[in-house]
Design a protein around this ligand. Structure first.
Ligand SMILES: Cc1ncc(COP(=O)(O)O)c(C=O)c1O
Length: 328
């Protein structure tokens, strides 16, 4: 599988523009004041399926022949790669099967069903779903859309960073959540071309650090997958995004799930934004490094907004940053 280049990102952008408008990027006075920096939030949570992944699914399926589309597609996911593939399959008329964990986020499962895909709820975590999905693909002849090892997915999701840098060209850094690594790899490719001085920094959960450890050690490693942050939940790592990260990623942070939940709360209270956990991980990374970025202009990719109702209730119970600093 070939590493995508910036030309592939531009081609993806032309394809996506036929189907989706650009998403907004703003900075918010209360959030800026809380962080002490100008914080540009790239709003992928407002995509029709509530997450940036849809850019990848559209880019990939747009490249399929009629024969490939007719054979159908299969994907495994905690829900946003699932929605991306199901959305694109509906758009291009391909039969689609999605495998999600038994205890998947009901909002994501409902969306996959509403998009007309066949939904298989089987396996405890994402990694088990991958094995099931690969088996279904082998049995049916459908194409298995690997969530990490797919050049078109990286080129597609990179368009979110292109849009962000067009809106805010002189960012000092962009923080990006990492699961399989397609989003951060895409951000690296886009920033290297459009804003070479801009640092790209990845964030992963310390409760599922496979991508971080692979980047740090320079070899692909598996790690226990115990995070409750759905989009960051993977126990294995992916060669294609890792190759890009090794070449271009400035830094990579591990944060506890609790720190990511606190950033979800901050987005709600300071930026009128409902993010899911993974969608708030970038802000959690900036929050952890806020002393270093004081007075700077920083992008955070709010990659998704598909929080479940119990997740939101738990987030609302967390004290806001302002309450914590006031000692309440
Ligand atoms: C909302 C959200 N953010 C971030 C990620 C991580 O993206 P990637 O797998 O491209 O690293 C995901 C993955 O599904 C996601 O759904």
């Amino acid at each position: 599988m070939k590493t995508p280049e910036f030309a592939d990102v531009l081609a993806a952008r032309r394809v996506i523009a036929e189907h989706l408008p650009p998403t907004p990027a703003w900075h918010y006075p209360v959030l800026d004041a809380a962080v002490g920096a100008e914080v540009w939030v790239k709003h992928e949570n407002v995509q029709p399926v509530g997450a940036f992944k849809v850019r990848g699914g559209i880019t990939l399926l747009a490249s399929f022949t009629a024969e490939q589309l007719a054979k159908g597609v299969v994907a495994a996911s905690t829900g946003n790669h699932a929605q991306s593939v199901a959305y694109a399959a509906a758009l291009f008329g391909a039969p689609c099967t999605i495998v999600m964990p038994e205890k998947a986020n009901p909002a994501k499962a409902a969306s996959v069903r509403a998009l007309g895909a066949r939904l298989v709820l089987e396996g405890e975590v994402f990694d088990e779903c991958c094995e099931i999905a690969e088996r279904i693909a082998a049995e049916t002849g459908a194409y298995f859309v690997n969530s990490g090892e797919e050049s078109a997915l990286i080129a597609g999701v990179a368009t979110a960073t292109v849009e962000l840098l067009e809106r805010a060209p002189d960012l000092d850094a962009i923080f990006v959540p990492v699961g399989s690594g397609t989003g951060v790899a895409g951000a690296c490719i886009a920033a290297a071309e459009l804003a070479p001085g801009c640092r790209v920094i990845g964030i992963q959960s310390a409760q599922a650090p496979s991508a971080y450890e692979s980047w740090r050690t320079g070899t692909l490693v598996d790690r226990p997958n115990r995070t409750a942050i759905e989009g960051l939940s993977t126990g294995h790592s992916f060669a294609l995004p890792q190759a890009v990260m090794r070449a271009l990623l400035y830094d990579f942070l591990l944060l506890d799930d609790g720190e990511i939940r606190a950033a979800q709360r901050l987005l709600l209270s300071a930026a009128h934004t409902m993010a899911e956990g993974a969608g708030a991980a970038a802000l959690a990374g900036l929050w952890a490094r806020r002393a270093e970025y004081e007075g700077r202009r920083v992008g955070v990719i709010c990659s998704g907004g598909n929080a479940s109702e119990p997740e939101l209730a738990a987030v609302l119970a967390i004290a806001t940053a302002a309450e914590t600093s006031a000692g309440r």
